[in-house]
Design a protein around this ligand. Structure first.
Ligand code: FE
Length: 351
Protein backbone atom coordinates (compact mmCIF):
# COMPACT_ATOMS: atom_id res chain seq x y z
CA UNK A 1 0.00 0.00 0.00
CA UNK A 2 2.71 2.37 1.06
CA UNK A 3 4.60 1.71 -2.12
CA UNK A 4 1.48 2.41 -4.23
CA UNK A 5 1.04 5.69 -2.35
CA UNK A 6 4.63 6.57 -3.02
CA UNK A 7 4.22 5.84 -6.74
CA UNK A 8 1.09 7.97 -6.93
CA UNK A 9 2.77 10.84 -5.13
CA UNK A 10 5.86 10.58 -7.33
CA UNK A 11 3.70 10.49 -10.47
CA UNK A 12 1.81 13.56 -9.26
CA UNK A 13 5.05 15.43 -8.62
CA UNK A 14 6.34 14.55 -12.09
CA UNK A 15 3.03 15.54 -13.62
CA UNK A 16 2.90 18.83 -11.72
CA UNK A 17 6.49 19.58 -12.63
CA UNK A 18 5.72 18.83 -16.28
CA UNK A 19 2.62 21.03 -16.09
CA UNK A 20 4.45 23.91 -14.52
CA UNK A 21 7.29 23.61 -17.05
CA UNK A 22 4.81 23.73 -19.89
CA UNK A 23 2.94 26.57 -18.13
CA UNK A 24 6.17 28.50 -17.84
CA UNK A 25 6.91 27.76 -21.47
CA UNK A 26 3.45 28.95 -22.49
CA UNK A 27 3.84 32.06 -20.40
CA UNK A 28 7.24 32.78 -21.88
CA UNK A 29 5.92 32.23 -25.39
CA UNK A 30 2.91 34.41 -24.63
CA UNK A 31 5.18 37.14 -23.27
CA UNK A 32 7.39 36.92 -26.34
CA UNK A 33 4.35 37.33 -28.61
CA UNK A 34 2.97 40.09 -26.40
CA UNK A 35 6.24 41.92 -26.48
CA UNK A 36 6.03 42.07 -30.27
CA UNK A 37 2.75 43.96 -30.31
CA UNK A 38 1.69 47.59 -30.20
CA UNK A 39 -1.97 48.59 -29.96
CA UNK A 40 -2.88 51.84 -31.68
CA UNK A 41 -6.08 53.83 -31.23
CA UNK A 42 -6.24 56.21 -34.14
CA UNK A 43 -8.57 58.75 -35.66
CA UNK A 44 -6.33 58.95 -38.73
CA UNK A 45 -7.83 56.65 -41.34
CA UNK A 46 -5.51 57.28 -44.23
CA UNK A 47 -3.77 54.86 -46.57
CA UNK A 48 -0.51 56.59 -45.67
CA UNK A 49 -0.88 55.42 -42.08
CA UNK A 50 -1.63 51.83 -43.13
CA UNK A 51 1.55 51.85 -45.20
CA UNK A 52 3.54 53.26 -42.29
CA UNK A 53 2.28 50.62 -39.85
CA UNK A 54 3.24 47.89 -42.35
CA UNK A 55 6.70 49.48 -42.77
CA UNK A 56 7.11 49.56 -38.98
CA UNK A 57 6.16 45.87 -38.70
CA UNK A 58 8.71 44.98 -41.36
CA UNK A 59 11.41 47.04 -39.68
CA UNK A 60 10.89 45.89 -36.09
CA UNK A 61 8.82 42.69 -36.16
CA UNK A 62 6.35 44.45 -33.84
CA UNK A 63 2.78 43.83 -34.94
CA UNK A 64 0.61 46.95 -35.09
CA UNK A 65 -3.01 46.37 -34.02
CA UNK A 66 -5.17 49.27 -35.12
CA UNK A 67 -8.50 50.46 -33.77
CA UNK A 68 -10.05 53.35 -35.67
CA UNK A 69 -12.98 55.51 -34.64
CA UNK A 70 -13.79 59.19 -34.51
CA UNK A 71 -11.42 61.23 -32.38
CA UNK A 72 -14.01 61.96 -29.72
CA UNK A 73 -15.22 58.34 -29.63
CA UNK A 74 -11.67 57.09 -29.04
CA UNK A 75 -11.13 59.48 -26.14
CA UNK A 76 -14.45 58.44 -24.59
CA UNK A 77 -13.53 54.77 -25.01
CA UNK A 78 -10.16 55.32 -23.31
CA UNK A 79 -11.89 57.06 -20.41
CA UNK A 80 -14.36 54.19 -20.05
CA UNK A 81 -11.73 51.46 -20.30
CA UNK A 82 -9.51 53.18 -17.75
CA UNK A 83 -6.69 50.96 -16.48
CA UNK A 84 -7.97 48.07 -18.65
CA UNK A 85 -7.48 50.06 -21.84
CA UNK A 86 -5.32 47.98 -24.23
CA UNK A 87 -4.17 51.04 -26.19
CA UNK A 88 -0.44 51.73 -26.25
CA UNK A 89 -0.59 54.74 -28.57
CA UNK A 90 -3.27 57.34 -29.25
CA UNK A 91 -3.05 59.09 -32.60
CA UNK A 92 -5.38 61.97 -33.32
CA UNK A 93 -5.70 65.22 -35.23
CA UNK A 94 -5.59 68.78 -33.98
CA UNK A 95 -3.55 70.18 -31.14
CA UNK A 96 -6.78 71.01 -29.32
CA UNK A 97 -7.57 67.30 -29.06
CA UNK A 98 -4.02 66.37 -28.01
CA UNK A 99 -4.17 68.91 -25.18
CA UNK A 100 -7.60 67.57 -24.21
CA UNK A 101 -6.24 63.98 -24.12
CA UNK A 102 -3.43 65.08 -21.80
CA UNK A 103 -5.81 67.05 -19.56
CA UNK A 104 -8.16 64.06 -19.29
CA UNK A 105 -5.28 61.87 -18.11
CA UNK A 106 -5.34 59.58 -21.16
CA UNK A 107 -1.62 59.92 -21.91
CA UNK A 108 1.64 59.46 -20.01
CA UNK A 109 4.84 61.49 -20.36
CA UNK A 110 7.82 59.88 -22.04
CA UNK A 111 11.43 60.83 -22.58
CA UNK A 112 12.90 60.29 -26.04
CA UNK A 113 16.01 61.93 -27.40
CA UNK A 114 14.95 60.79 -30.90
CA UNK A 115 11.57 62.55 -30.70
CA UNK A 116 13.11 65.66 -29.19
CA UNK A 117 15.68 65.81 -31.98
CA UNK A 118 13.20 65.18 -34.82
CA UNK A 119 10.29 67.36 -33.68
CA UNK A 120 10.75 71.10 -33.06
CA UNK A 121 9.77 72.27 -29.57
CA UNK A 122 6.71 74.27 -30.67
CA UNK A 123 5.24 71.06 -32.17
CA UNK A 124 5.27 68.91 -29.04
CA UNK A 125 4.09 68.98 -25.46
CA UNK A 126 6.70 70.47 -23.12
CA UNK A 127 6.41 67.52 -20.73
CA UNK A 128 6.52 64.72 -23.32
CA UNK A 129 2.82 63.78 -23.22
CA UNK A 130 2.32 64.17 -26.99
CA UNK A 131 4.17 64.89 -30.20
CA UNK A 132 3.08 66.24 -33.59
CA UNK A 133 3.90 64.08 -36.61
CA UNK A 134 2.41 66.17 -39.39
CA UNK A 135 1.54 69.79 -39.94
CA UNK A 136 -1.28 71.24 -41.97
CA UNK A 137 -1.81 74.87 -42.91
CA UNK A 138 -5.32 76.32 -42.60
CA UNK A 139 -5.30 78.22 -45.86
CA UNK A 140 -7.58 80.34 -48.01
CA UNK A 141 -8.62 78.62 -51.23
CA UNK A 142 -10.18 80.61 -54.04
CA UNK A 143 -11.97 80.13 -57.34
CA UNK A 144 -9.34 81.04 -59.92
CA UNK A 145 -11.98 82.51 -62.26
CA UNK A 146 -13.34 84.88 -59.63
CA UNK A 147 -10.49 85.88 -57.34
CA UNK A 148 -6.93 86.99 -57.95
CA UNK A 149 -4.42 86.01 -55.28
CA UNK A 150 -3.38 89.69 -55.12
CA UNK A 151 -6.82 90.42 -53.61
CA UNK A 152 -6.01 88.21 -50.62
CA UNK A 153 -3.73 89.01 -47.70
CA UNK A 154 -4.65 88.00 -44.14
CA UNK A 155 -7.28 86.13 -42.12
CA UNK A 156 -8.17 89.53 -40.66
CA UNK A 157 -8.82 91.04 -44.10
CA UNK A 158 -11.54 88.44 -44.74
CA UNK A 159 -13.84 90.55 -42.52
CA UNK A 160 -13.71 93.41 -45.05
CA UNK A 161 -17.08 94.21 -46.71
CA UNK A 162 -15.57 93.27 -50.07
CA UNK A 163 -16.02 89.59 -49.16
CA UNK A 164 -19.73 89.91 -48.28
CA UNK A 165 -21.63 86.69 -49.22
CA UNK A 166 -18.44 85.20 -50.68
CA UNK A 167 -16.85 83.15 -47.84
CA UNK A 168 -17.42 79.43 -47.26
CA UNK A 169 -16.34 77.75 -44.05
CA UNK A 170 -17.43 74.71 -42.07
CA UNK A 171 -19.44 74.89 -38.79
CA UNK A 172 -17.96 76.07 -35.51
CA UNK A 173 -18.31 72.71 -33.78
CA UNK A 174 -15.30 71.58 -35.77
CA UNK A 175 -12.01 71.79 -33.95
CA UNK A 176 -10.08 73.15 -36.99
CA UNK A 177 -12.01 76.44 -36.79
CA UNK A 178 -11.76 76.45 -33.01
CA UNK A 179 -7.97 76.16 -33.28
CA UNK A 180 -7.73 78.90 -35.92
CA UNK A 181 -9.69 81.19 -33.61
CA UNK A 182 -7.57 80.06 -30.63
CA UNK A 183 -4.50 81.22 -32.56
CA UNK A 184 -6.11 84.63 -33.10
CA UNK A 185 -6.89 84.83 -29.36
CA UNK A 186 -3.28 83.91 -28.54
CA UNK A 187 -1.91 86.59 -30.86
CA UNK A 188 -4.47 89.38 -30.50
CA UNK A 189 -6.71 88.76 -27.51
CA UNK A 190 -10.34 87.76 -27.07
CA UNK A 191 -11.94 91.07 -28.10
CA UNK A 192 -10.24 91.09 -31.49
CA UNK A 193 -11.06 87.41 -31.91
CA UNK A 194 -14.77 88.08 -31.31
CA UNK A 195 -14.80 90.93 -33.84
CA UNK A 196 -13.07 88.68 -36.35
CA UNK A 197 -15.54 85.82 -35.88
CA UNK A 198 -18.47 88.24 -36.23
CA UNK A 199 -16.90 89.68 -39.39
CA UNK A 200 -16.56 86.22 -40.94
CA UNK A 201 -20.17 85.35 -40.07
CA UNK A 202 -21.30 88.60 -41.74
CA UNK A 203 -19.47 87.64 -44.95
CA UNK A 204 -20.55 84.00 -45.22
CA UNK A 205 -21.96 82.91 -48.56
CA UNK A 206 -24.25 80.40 -46.81
CA UNK A 207 -24.88 78.92 -43.41
CA UNK A 208 -21.87 76.76 -42.46
CA UNK A 209 -22.31 73.11 -43.38
CA UNK A 210 -20.22 70.14 -44.45
CA UNK A 211 -16.51 69.49 -44.04
CA UNK A 212 -13.45 71.16 -45.56
CA UNK A 213 -13.73 69.10 -48.76
CA UNK A 214 -17.35 70.26 -49.17
CA UNK A 215 -16.19 73.89 -48.97
CA UNK A 216 -13.68 73.28 -51.76
CA UNK A 217 -16.44 71.73 -53.88
CA UNK A 218 -18.74 74.68 -53.13
CA UNK A 219 -16.06 77.16 -54.24
CA UNK A 220 -15.56 75.17 -57.46
CA UNK A 221 -19.35 75.16 -58.02
CA UNK A 222 -19.63 78.90 -57.46
CA UNK A 223 -21.57 78.83 -54.17
CA UNK A 224 -18.94 81.18 -52.80
CA UNK A 225 -15.63 82.58 -54.01
CA UNK A 226 -13.24 81.66 -51.21
CA UNK A 227 -13.07 79.14 -48.38
CA UNK A 228 -10.98 78.50 -45.27
CA UNK A 229 -9.74 74.90 -45.31
CA UNK A 230 -6.85 72.64 -44.34
CA UNK A 231 -4.21 72.39 -47.05
CA UNK A 232 -4.08 68.58 -47.42
CA UNK A 233 -7.71 68.32 -48.57
CA UNK A 234 -6.86 70.21 -51.74
CA UNK A 235 -3.71 68.12 -52.19
CA UNK A 236 -5.66 64.88 -51.75
CA UNK A 237 -8.35 65.99 -54.21
CA UNK A 238 -5.69 66.78 -56.80
CA UNK A 239 -4.41 63.19 -56.42
CA UNK A 240 -7.83 61.55 -56.16
CA UNK A 241 -8.90 58.65 -58.40
CA UNK A 242 -12.34 60.30 -58.66
CA UNK A 243 -12.50 62.57 -61.70
CA UNK A 244 -14.98 64.88 -59.94
CA UNK A 245 -12.38 65.60 -57.24
CA UNK A 246 -9.61 66.51 -59.64
CA UNK A 247 -11.93 68.59 -61.86
CA UNK A 248 -13.05 70.62 -58.82
CA UNK A 249 -9.55 70.91 -57.37
CA UNK A 250 -8.10 72.25 -60.62
CA UNK A 251 -10.47 75.25 -60.44
CA UNK A 252 -9.00 76.16 -57.06
CA UNK A 253 -6.04 78.30 -56.08
CA UNK A 254 -4.33 78.12 -52.69
CA UNK A 255 -3.26 81.16 -50.66
CA UNK A 256 -1.15 81.22 -47.50
CA UNK A 257 -2.35 84.15 -45.36
CA UNK A 258 -0.45 86.57 -43.11
CA UNK A 259 2.87 86.23 -44.90
CA UNK A 260 3.88 89.78 -43.92
CA UNK A 261 3.30 89.16 -40.22
CA UNK A 262 2.84 86.00 -38.10
CA UNK A 263 2.47 83.48 -40.95
CA UNK A 264 -0.23 80.99 -41.89
CA UNK A 265 -2.03 79.19 -39.07
CA UNK A 266 -0.64 75.69 -38.68
CA UNK A 267 -2.27 72.78 -37.00
CA UNK A 268 -0.95 69.30 -36.39
CA UNK A 269 -1.84 65.68 -36.12
CA UNK A 270 0.03 63.73 -33.52
CA UNK A 271 -0.05 61.31 -30.69
CA UNK A 272 1.34 60.06 -27.44
CA UNK A 273 1.75 56.99 -25.28
CA UNK A 274 -1.46 55.89 -23.57
CA UNK A 275 -1.57 56.22 -19.79
CA UNK A 276 -1.94 52.46 -19.19
CA UNK A 277 0.05 51.25 -22.22
CA UNK A 278 0.78 47.51 -21.79
CA UNK A 279 3.66 47.79 -24.29
CA UNK A 280 5.20 51.14 -23.49
CA UNK A 281 8.59 50.42 -25.06
CA UNK A 282 6.97 49.42 -28.36
CA UNK A 283 4.77 52.50 -28.21
CA UNK A 284 7.84 54.74 -27.95
CA UNK A 285 9.48 52.85 -30.83
CA UNK A 286 6.42 53.46 -33.01
CA UNK A 287 6.31 57.17 -32.19
CA UNK A 288 10.03 57.46 -32.92
CA UNK A 289 9.49 55.71 -36.24
CA UNK A 290 6.68 58.14 -37.18
CA UNK A 291 9.10 61.03 -36.64
CA UNK A 292 11.82 59.45 -38.81
CA UNK A 293 12.73 60.77 -42.24
CA UNK A 294 11.35 57.56 -43.82
CA UNK A 295 7.89 58.04 -42.26
CA UNK A 296 7.82 61.80 -42.65
CA UNK A 297 8.32 61.38 -46.40
CA UNK A 298 5.30 59.07 -46.57
CA UNK A 299 3.10 61.60 -44.74
CA UNK A 300 4.10 64.21 -47.32
CA UNK A 301 3.91 62.00 -50.41
CA UNK A 302 0.81 59.96 -49.68
CA UNK A 303 -1.23 62.41 -47.62
CA UNK A 304 0.00 65.85 -48.71
CA UNK A 305 0.75 66.86 -45.13
CA UNK A 306 3.77 68.93 -44.15
CA UNK A 307 6.52 67.03 -42.34
CA UNK A 308 7.42 68.16 -38.82
CA UNK A 309 11.05 67.00 -39.11
CA UNK A 310 13.09 69.83 -40.62
CA UNK A 311 14.78 69.06 -43.93
CA UNK A 312 12.44 66.28 -45.08
CA UNK A 313 11.63 66.84 -48.77
CA UNK A 314 8.08 67.91 -49.66
CA UNK A 315 5.88 66.05 -52.14
CA UNK A 316 5.78 67.52 -55.67
CA UNK A 317 2.32 68.99 -54.99
CA UNK A 318 3.35 70.61 -51.70
CA UNK A 319 6.51 71.92 -53.37
CA UNK A 320 4.41 73.35 -56.23
CA UNK A 321 2.52 75.48 -53.70
CA UNK A 322 5.80 77.16 -52.82
CA UNK A 323 7.49 77.92 -49.56
CA UNK A 324 5.60 80.06 -47.10
CA UNK A 325 5.86 81.54 -43.66
CA UNK A 326 4.21 79.33 -41.05
CA UNK A 327 3.00 80.61 -37.70
CA UNK A 328 5.34 79.13 -35.10
CA UNK A 329 2.98 79.75 -32.19
CA UNK A 330 3.31 76.77 -29.87
CA UNK A 331 0.46 74.40 -30.69
CA UNK A 332 -0.04 73.99 -26.94
CA UNK A 333 -1.64 77.46 -27.06
CA UNK A 334 -4.36 76.15 -29.41
CA UNK A 335 -5.50 73.75 -26.72
CA UNK A 336 -5.13 76.37 -23.99
CA UNK A 337 -7.54 78.77 -25.74
CA UNK A 338 -9.97 76.15 -27.05
CA UNK A 339 -12.69 76.81 -24.46
CA UNK A 340 -12.50 80.57 -25.04
CA UNK A 341 -12.64 79.99 -28.80
CA UNK A 342 -15.78 77.83 -28.54
CA UNK A 343 -17.49 80.55 -26.47
CA UNK A 344 -16.53 83.28 -28.93
CA UNK A 345 -17.71 81.30 -31.98
CA UNK A 346 -21.02 80.83 -30.23
CA UNK A 347 -21.28 84.50 -29.25
CA UNK A 348 -20.51 85.50 -32.85
CA UNK A 349 -23.38 83.37 -34.13
CA UNK A 350 -21.10 81.09 -36.14
CA UNK A 351 -23.41 78.08 -36.61
FE1 FE B 1 -8.91 66.56 -41.55
Amino acid sequence: MKFRHFLLAAATVVLLAACSTSNQQNQAEQQATDSLVVNVYTHRHYDADKQLFADFEKLTGIKVNVKTASADELQKLMEMEGANCPADVLLTVDAGRLVRAKDKGLLQPIQSAVLNANIPAHLRDGEGYWYAFTQRARVIVYNKEKVKPSELSTYEELTSPKWKKRILVRPSDNIYNQSLLASIIAHKGEETALLWAKGIVANMAREPKGNDRDQIYAVANGEGDIAIVNSYYLGQMLHSKEAADTIAAKKIGIFFPNQADRGAHMNVSGGGVAKYAPHKENAIKLLEFLSSEQAQKVFAEANQEYPVKPGVPLSATLASWGTFKADTLSVVQLGKFNTAAVKILDAAGWK
